[in-house]
Design a protein around this ligand. Sequence first.
Ligand code: SF4
Ligand code: SF4
Length: 464
Amino acid sequence: MNIKTFKGGVHPPERKDLTSGLPVESCFPSTKTVWIPVTQGGAPNKPLVQVGDTVARGQKIAESEAFMSAPVHASVAGTVKKIETHLATGNVDVQCIVIEADGSDRTDFMPPLDPFTCTREESLARVRAAGLVGMGGAAFPAHVKFNPPKGSKIDFLIANGAECEPYLTIDALTMRDEAARVVDGVAIAMHITGAPEGIIAIEDNKADLVPVLEKAIADLRSNPVGAGARKIRVQLLKSKYPQGGEKMLITAVTGREVPAGGLPSAAGCAVSNVGTLKALSEAFREGKPLIERGLTLSGGACANPKNVLVPIGTLVGDLIPEVVSLNPGVSKILAGGPMMGIAMKSASFPVQKNTSGVLFVTDKETTLLEETPCIGCGRCMQVCSCRLAPVLIVRALKADNLEEAKRCGLMDCIECGTCAYVCPARIKLVQRFRIGKAQVRAETQKQAAKAAAKEAAKAAQGAK
Ligand code: SF4
Ligand code: SF4
């Protein structure tokens, strides 16, 4: 098989061997309590339950009428104890529904639905009802992703199994243990999007999964479930960071480019994480909403790195020390991988639909050195797979020149961290880009509010 890739990128130490050969353990928080964020991707939801209510596993507990939203479901059967704010990924306080498990297995799943005989509208409604969002990081509502803008034609459904972040292995293990589910999800997503070809893209450090996936594809073909099962294949990619970024993946697999500011559909592609595709299969075949997920717990300060399957809303801190124990000298707790993950101020934050891993890292594994002045070496430009000039963006931001930062491509940055990884001056490029983007968004909102107020004043004047 030919091995494809994209231009740019880096190859940080993988450190996947800490967990790659282990089973995925089903675990439950020691407190028997989950803190489920009311919104986990898309527009803000509102709680549908009150303190004191009894809920079943899979029962919808929060939703929004907005199209760009995904409902949230109870991940355990029990009683709603509190609805209050709690620390969540990103070090923000978010509203959570706190459910104490009663130990029963009462479930409230939807009835199974045949994805190949129902209408497209019914399929999209099922994807939304199951609360599916991108589990690889972005938490983008899946029913929106699988419903590309009118007029766009999807040629390829790409299953993203690249998992290019060091340490993380949950996607690889999902493909190893649940290959049939992943392949079924690919077929379903192809059917919904109308993609004639499905490609499961994995890096060549996971080449041992090729026969596993090919067997699952052959099994699906010999037991046809509909038109979507026809043309699925595996594509190996060179192990390189950020291979799993949507734009890089599309370029590597198809040779097509997503235009700046454009969606994958602009290149005739739909991309979905392999964990999301497994959940997609379950949403149709079992009527099961997205209420649990697998994640990697690892890092040099972690005494027993492993992959676990936990109910959504499990506080990471509640898995310590029963499930995972820590060595002295934890210097950072990262929600996500070391390249794009966010340093958390405490382990007391819930596993969400898009939490692919939590790392406990030591001083040795992290860059704690102070920034020094930029030496203009240009390395950041050489590795940026989005072909941006990080050094120019950061200079503009330092000079408080948002317009210039935007002109240099600030809003096209995917925050992959590759530039910061190679920067010899250890400039905190990504942190600065995140702050810069937030400033741009705030400025845009301010301008929109100003324009709306002006319009309203004009209309009021005209009515007089
Ligand atoms: S890599 Fe760092 S030091 Fe080199 S040009 Fe970019 S920002 Fe400056
Ligand atoms: S500028 Fe953005 S997209 Fe380019 S390498 Fe840096 S973080 Fe990645």
